[in-house]
Design a protein around this ligand. Structure first.
Ligand code: BTN
Length: 254
C-alpha cells in the first residue's frame, strides 16, 4: 500500500476531506491524496472548525480502501504516522498523542486528525492538519497557548532523529507542505497496514494523557491508557475503571 498517487493539489478549496470524500465516492483508488494551500471550510472533530493561514500548514486528506479488520485501528494509526513524519522532518523533537488522535509536542497541539469512514462503501478518508510554520500570533486567540508549529523557533531539536533518519528540513531552510506531504505519505503507508497490536504498542508509548485528570460529559477520573479497541480507560474517584469511546464522548478537561 502506498499514498500520494494520484495526488490532487488545490491552491484553495473548502475542505480537503470533502474533496477526498467526493473522489472516493466516485471510485478514486487507494492512496489518493488531496492537499490544499488554503481551506475555506476546514473541518475538525466534533463539528469544530479547522483554520490555518495559507501555505503554513499541511492540509492533507488520504483515501484508504478497501477497508479490512485492521483498519479499525485507523484513528490510532494515523497519529503515529504524523508523529514519525514530524520527528523525521524536525529531528530531536518528540511527539505524543492525546487521545484519541491529537498530536502534541510538550502538551501543545501540533496536528489534528479527522477520520471519516464509510464502511458500507468500503473506504475511509484520513484528514490531517499539521502546523508547519504558523507563527504563534497567527493561531486563533483561544488556541494560541495550546497550539504549536513544527518549526516554532522555541522548540529544541535539530539533532539526530530518534530513528536515525536523515533530516529533510535543514535549519534555516523553509519546510514546504509538499515536502511534508511526501514524508507523511511514507509513514502513513506503514502505519495504515500495521498489525493492530503494533499500533496499540506504539500508541501506548506515545500516550500523552496517561496519569492526567480527564473529564467528559458523563464523568471524570484519571486517564489509564487505552484498551485493545482504542477506547480510553479512566479510573474514576470511586475506583471504577471505565472505557470511553471517541465516538461517544469528547473530553471537556484534559
Ligand atoms: C481536529 O483536531 O479536530 C481535526 C482537524 C483535522 C483538520 C484537517 S485539515 C485537512 C483535512 N480537511 C479538513 O477539512 N479537515 C482535515
Amino acid at each position: 500500500m502506498s499514498f500520494g498517487a494520484p495526488h490532487r493539489h488545490y491552491s484553495r478549496t473548502d475542505s480537503t476531506n470533502t474533496r477526498a470524500r467526493e473522489l472516493a465516492a466516485a471510485g478514486a483508488p487507494q492512496g489518493t491524496v488531496v492537499t490544499a494551500a488554503e481551506q475555506t471550510a476546514g473541518r475538525g472533530r466534533q463539528g469544530r472548525v479547522w483554520t490555518a493561514p495559507p501555505g503554513k500548514a499541511l492540509l492533507y486528506s488520504a483515501i484508504v480502501r478497501p477497508l479490512g479488520e485492521r483498519h479499525l485501528m485507523l484513528p490510532l494509526a494515523a497519529p503515529l504516522a504524523v508523529c514519525d513524519a514530524a520527528e523525521e522532518l524536525r529531528p530531536g523533537i518528540e511527539c505524543g498523542v492525546k487521545w484519541p488522535n491529537d498530536v502534541q509536542i510538550s502538551g501543545r497541539k501540533l496536528a489534528g486528525i479527522l477520520v471519516e469512514a464509510r464502511p458500507q462503501d468500503g473506504w475511509a478518508v484520513v484528514g490531517i492538519g499539521l502546523n508547519l510554520t504558523v507563527p504563534a500570533d497567527e493561531f486563533p486567540p483561544d488556541l494560541r497557548i495550546r497550539a504549536v508549529s513544527l518549526f516554532d523557533p522555541s522548540l529544541g531539536g535539530q539533532g539526530e532523529s530518534r530513528r536515525g533518519l536523515p533530516a529533510v528540513a535543514q535549519p534555516g531552510l523553509p519546510l514546504t507542505p509538499q515536502t511534508a506531504a511526501k514524508v507523511l505519505n511514507r509513514h502513513l503507508a506503514h502505519w495504515v497496514e500495521a498489525e493492530p497490536d503494533a499500533v496499540l504498542d506504539a500508541w501506548r508509548q506515545r500516550d500523552a494523557l496517561r496519569g492526567r485528570e480527564v473529564a467528559w460529559d458523563g464523568g471524570s477520573g484519571v486517564a489509564d491508557g487505552v484498551d485493545d479497541r482504542g477506547y480510553l480507560l479512566v479510573v474514576t474517584a470511586g475506583g471504577d475503571r471505565v472505557a470511553v469511546g471517541a465516538g461517544e464522548v469528547h473530553l471537556t478537561r484534559s
